[in-house]
Write a new protein. Structure first.
Length: 315
């Protein structure tokens, strides 16, 4: 694999996860354990792409606090080139999630006000422009304001540079609505796809048409343990994950899928090959207690890829 220059713009913050030890009792105190690590959709993808051998630069706002130091250390550990905009008088954003014993999400709280300060003006700085210009992939997440996403896609131009987005959440994916045509791929789950389109399709096969009608030329819709659907300008396919034993944690799995998919795309893979690579990266992450698996590498991805069923082209 040839290493590629990649620029990631978006969330790099603190993830706090509480995991309930037994059966979930709503409205009551539940015994469990607490865990904290660096996270964020863009930052998770940046670290995954770096572990897959690419040269990745991360750009996003951060507070001048201890949480910001944790994020910086995580970037260094993963080999990511860290270029934050630091607001010394602000706190680093955070995401706090409560998980059931099986790793599925119960509820989450996102304290992300700082991201509103990442305005389009920040993109005009010379160093930031040079990083984007030198990159073969510009990846962003919807933690950024809609006007910043639109400006970022506009500045990426109409050249051969790959432009992709991560949905982050149903509430935030709509920030892409006015600039969908500028994206080559958008990565989302079904709840996020429904929020974007307002549609409730009966089958996964309907998603490509619905999303193309919304203005998107390519994307991936994940569906938990069920088949994911991917499409581009050439076609669409379904990809099924292998049967999985007990999972460590679902956190970061979709970000890993985006990373594996985009890495394969940069290498010239077709839609089916890219989806299978994405699923393999997600499988590795699902078996890690971390949002970014320390076991992820190009070599490990190729091993797990052998377990992923072939993707099925849709007519």
């Amino acid at each position: 694999m040839t290493p590629r220059n990649i620029a990631v713009f978006g969330g790099a913050h603190i993830d706090r996860r509480g995991r309930i030890s037994g059966s979930t009792a709503p409205g009551a105190s539940n015994p469990g354990t607490w865990f904290e690590e660096a996270g964020g959709g863009g930052f998770n993808a940046a670290r995954n792409l770096s572990r897959l051998g690419h040269c990745v630069t991360m750009i996003g706002p951060r507070g001048g606090d201890a949480a910001g130091d944790i994020v910086a250390a995580a970037a260094e550990a993963a080999g990511v080139i860290d270029r934050p905009f630091i607001f010394l008088d602000r706190k680093t954003p955070s995401y706090t999630a409560i998980l059931e014993n099986d790793g599925n999400l119960v509820i989450a709280l996102a304290d992300m006000d700082l991201y509103a300060l990442f305005t389009p003006r920040r993109l005009q700085q010379r160093a930031t422009r040079e990083i984007a210009t030198a990159s073969e992939l510009v990846l962003m997440d919807a933690n950024l304001p809609p006007e910043t996403l639109a400006s970022l896609l506009g500045s990426a131009g109409t050249d051969k540079r790959l432009r992709a987005g991560i949905a982050v959440s149903p509430a935030k994916v709509v920030r892409y609505r006015e600039c969908l045509a500028g994206l080559d791929f958008l990565f989302m789950n079904e709840a996020e796809a429904r929020a974007l389109t307002g549609a409730e399709p009966a089958t996964a096969e309907e998603w490509p048409l619905l999303l193309r009608s919304a203005g998107l030329s390519g994307g991936v819709v994940t569906r938990g343990s069920r088949a994911a659907v991917a499409f581009d300008r050439e076609g669409a396919c379904l990809g099924r994950p292998p049967a999985l034993p007990a999972l460590a944690d679902v956190t970061g799995a979709d970000d890993a899928l985006a990373s594996g998919f985009l890495s394969a795309r940069l290498a010239g893979g077709d839609i089916c090959a890219c989806l299978r690579h994405g699923i393999a990266a997600a499988v590795i992450t699902l078996h890690s207690p971390l949002a970014v698996s320390e076991d992820l590498s190009a070599e490990r991805l190729e091993q797990v890829l052998q377990l992923v069923p072939g993707a099925e082209m849709l007519s």
